[in-house]
Design a protein around this ligand. Structure first.
Ligand code: SF4
Ligand code: SF4
Length: 346
């Protein structure tokens, strides 16, 4: 992988230029009582070129929004549906490595076996500029245990690694190379000293990190070895606020609803969530999993068991958003550790 360098002033120029080449520049900014969120800064210029921690909501919100129109319904009787295309050119800037890895996990679901065209269109027209972490974003984060941080190995077009005088720039794809070639004068070769410092920092951050044996966890779940008391405890604490599924960068469940008003119709996609009682309700009001504890259990089963069987790796990047938001203090990290036999369940 090619590694270059850009000084801070030149990065500002690059961002200014890139904004002219896209429809939306999705970048981290401070809003709502100083929280970091991702938003379009093409016009307001409020992007943070560098920041600590991670955003409250991941950039997933732009690729799989809470609701999105998929088709215009011309005639419901004749099933005349016209796809609503989204060809906006989006540049995602400052995306953390865990969220970059989450995109790869989402790809397995939306693009591998059956292609989800609206999602594919958005991905094709998007550019991802990652920003490696130089501190752990929270005490609960466990990205390095799942190989999802503090620096991304793949899945980005460009990756910035902050240093004293500027940023190392990793070029990950042809799209990234195209950006560099179009702004050649802004980049220089990476100074050996900065590269050495960055590697030392990442090594330091990964100290004490124990890789999770997620295959062992999945097997234990498959063999039904998780004590019933663990599921009972989780169910007791879960108030179905849906914070976990809303914030998780890898949650991909959705439902499709047709809305008709004033003779016009639209087919919408809404994000759905496994903690909801109605998530698997079928025609005739039949609910195959009627118990509350089975609902939130689906969150754990899907990420740590089903997806390991289906794709060979869990759908969790250790960002800890679900842990930090949960009013019931439910921790997927502690669950994993308990099942893997590394610590006792609380
Ligand atoms: S965040 Fe916690 S309380 Fe809310 S739905 Fe998820 S597990 Fe339940
Ligand atoms: S399950 Fe929790 S820790 Fe894992 S990716 Fe989702 S929000 Fe992050």
């Amino acid at each position: 992988m090619k590694r270059l360098f850009i000084i801070k002033e030149n990065l500002k120029i690059l961002v200014k230029n890139l904004k002219k080449e896209c429809d939306e520049f999705i970048a981290p900014k401070r809003e709502h009582l100083d929280d970091i969120i991702f938003g379009d800064t093409k016009v307001d210029g409020g992007e943070l070129l560098e920041y600590e921690g991670n955003s409250v909501i991941s950039p997933r919100a732009f690729l799989l929004p809470q609701s999105e129109p998929l088709f215009e319904i011309k005639s419901a009787r004749e099933s005349d549906l016209v796809p609503i295309q989204d060809k906006k050119r989006r540049i995602f800037y400052g995306v953390r490595p865990c969220d970059i890895k989450a995109l790869a996990l989402m790809r397995r679901f939306f693009l591998d076996a059956v292609v989800d065209v609206p999602y594919q269109e958005k991905m094709e027209h998007s550019i991802f500029i990652a920003l490696a972490c130089n501190t752990l974003c929270s005490a609960e984060a466990f990205c390095c245990e799942l190989d999802a941080g503090p620096v991304a190995q793949e899945g980005f077009d460009l990756q910035l690694v902050a240093g004293e005088n500027g940023f190392l720039v990793d070029v990950g794809t042809k799209k990234g190379k195209h950006i560099v070639e179009g702004h050649k004068t802004l980049f220089t070769n990476a100074p050996a000293r900065d590269a050495k410092q960055a590697n030392a920092l990442f090594k330091d951050m990964a100290k004490g990190c124990r890789r999770i044996d997620y295959k062992k966890v999945a097997q234990a779940m498959r063999d039904n070895k998780v004590a019933e008391s663990v599921w009972d405890d989780i169910a007791l604490r879960c108030v179905v606020c849906s914070g976990c599924t809303t914030l998780c960068p890898t949650c991909s469940c959705f439902r499709v609803v047709d809305r008709l008003s004033h003779g016009k119709g639209v087919r919408l996609r809404y994000c759905d969530g496994c903690p909801y009682a109605g998530f698997t309700r079928m025609a005739g009001d039949n609910a195959p999993l009627p118990l509350h504890k089975d609902h939130i259990r689906r969150f754990f089963e899907h990420k740590l068991n089903v997806d390991v069987a289906r794709y060979g790796a869990p759908s969790c990047v250790g960002c800890a958003r679900c842990i930090r938001t949960c009013p019931g203090n439910i921790s997927i990290r502690k669950f994993i550790e308990a099942v893997a036999g590394q610590t006792k369940a609380e």
